[in-house]
Ligand binder design. Structure first.
Ligand code: ASP
Length: 429
């Protein structure tokens, strides 16, 4: 029995933790009536502590892991032109997939009419979600004024830029900076080991996160917004299971089934944690298992977690149509184009953390004059949608990384197809 349990992989343990958490959460929600046991002991203490502790541990890894792995990755690609090509194509594919995602969402919104017949003002009052991010501001924020501040605050884009620069310089100075080169490589190795240790707690962490979410979920809130909810899910499903596999087949001729077979645990992890940022270490590791060079993924995955949020864009597209229909506002073609542009821009520079999509949604609403109160209405059910869209966000990052790696000869297709094993034996899961 014990040996059988031991043979279950960490990925499967995470799935088990997730489903058990869901079931326990629902049981607590419906059958535990004592508010002290339910809310105080279980929700606010046991599940909250277990879940938050794990997310904090994952977050603890992100900045040093991303920083060291970018430095090491870039330093090992000695050709600066290759870095430029990889960076350029990655950003382009990220932006294009986001534009496809939001267009898809707008079409779903136009066809399925999620907000038709709703009287918004009757549903809820104003939201307090605001944003003051502008496009020049977002671009300027990418440059670290003080790199140590950026590292300390976990501002991903400046950290990426600073890491890139150090990597390029190490590659250029090579012999002169041999000791530093080695030091960064060893720091990176330490962070990877730490990630593997923290991930051992993932099944318990994921269990607590799921139990807390489903234990305190009020299903009443979902009902009036059922159509909106379903439209977002349809959009996410099309993006994940039609758009991405098609891209993979058309641009790389790789079999998408192999991808999903290996990648599903990462999607579930993103689902339970609602944060692409905390999923970075896992995503990079899974891609390595699929034959993608760490040199590329160490740069594209953290970048994607920040600038590529296709799932979030889908929620935003449906939300725009929902609000427009509920308020009886007719959005013309130019307004829809503005929505596409703003949503793509809004995703740049916002970290992949829970609920950030709702904050950038205010930018999108403002761009076409939709009432911000509508965001307050969807606020109540956003947590669950956040889980689904985060799973799509991380899938988009991985798919784009595979495309870019393969096209730049930074991927071993034999490993992807299971004909060969990756060099490093040890994986996180
Ligand atoms: N939670 C999402 C992520 O981390 C972002 C969002 O849509 O709110 O990718």
């Amino acid at each position: 029995m014990l040996t059988k349990l031991k043979s279950i992989s960490l990925g499967n343990w995470i799935l088990i933790g997730m489903f058990l958490g869901l079931i326990v959460g629902l049981i607590v929600n419906f059958y535990v009536t004592d508010p002290y046991i339910k809310n105080i002991i279980l929700m606010d203490n046991v599940f909250y502590l277990g879940g938050t502790l794990f997310i904090k541990l994952m977050k603890m890894l992100v900045v040093p892991l991303v920083f060291f792995s970018i430095v090491v990755g870039v330093a090992s690609i000695s050709d600066i032109k290759t870095i430029g090509t990889i960076g350029g194509t990655t950003i382009l594919i990220y932006l294009l997939t986001t534009a496809v995602a939001i267009t898809l969402a707008l079409i779903i919104g136009i066809v399925l009419q999620p907000g038709a017949g709703l009287h918004m003002t009757a549903l809820a009052d104003a939201s307090n979600v605001t944003t003051n991010q502008t496009l020049p501001g977002a671009i300027l924020n990418m440059v670290p004024e003080n790199p140590f501040n950026s590292l300390a605050n976990g501002d991903m884009l400046p950290v990426i830029i600073f890491g890139l620069l150090i990597g390029i310089i190490l590659a250029k100075l090579r012999e002169e900076t041999e000791i530093m080169n080695k030091a960064f490589t060893e720091c990176n190795r330490i962070m990877m080991e730490m990630t593997a240790i923290v991930m051992k707690f993932a099944p318990i962490g994921v269990f607590c996160l799921m139990a807390k979410t489903f234990g305190s979920l009020g299903l009443e809130g979902i009902m009036p917004l059922g159509k909106y909810f379903i439209c977002v899910l349809i959009g996410l499903a099309i993006q994940a299971f039609v758009v991405y596999p098609s891209l993979l087949v058309i641009l790389t001729r790789l079999n998408p089934i192999n991808f999903f077979k290996k990648f599903i645990p990462v999607m579930f992890f993103a689902f339970s944690s609602s944060t692409s940022n905390a999923t970075i270490p896992l995503n990079m590791d899974k891609l390595y298992e699929m034959g993608v060079s760490r040199d590329v993924s160490s740069f594209t995955i953290p970048l994607g977690a920040t600038i590529n949020m296709d799932g979030t864009a889908i929620m935003q597209g449906v939300a725009v149509m929902f609000a427009a229909q509920a308020y009886g506002i007719d959005l013309g073609t130019s307004a829809l184009l503005t929505v596409i542009f703003t949503a793509v821009m809004a995703s740049i520079g916002t970290a992949g953390v829970p609920s950030v999509g709702l904050i950038t949604l205010t930018m999108v609403f403002n761009s076409v004059g939709l009432p911000i109160q509508a965001i307050g209405v969807i606020f109540g059910i956003d947590h669950i949608l956040d889980m689904f869209r985060t799973a799509v966000n991380v899938t988009g990052d991985a798919i784009c990384t595979i495309i870019v790696s393969l096209r730049n000869k930074e991927m071993d297709v034999d490993i992807y197809n299971g004909k060969k094993q990756p060099k490093e034996e040890k994986h996180i899961m």
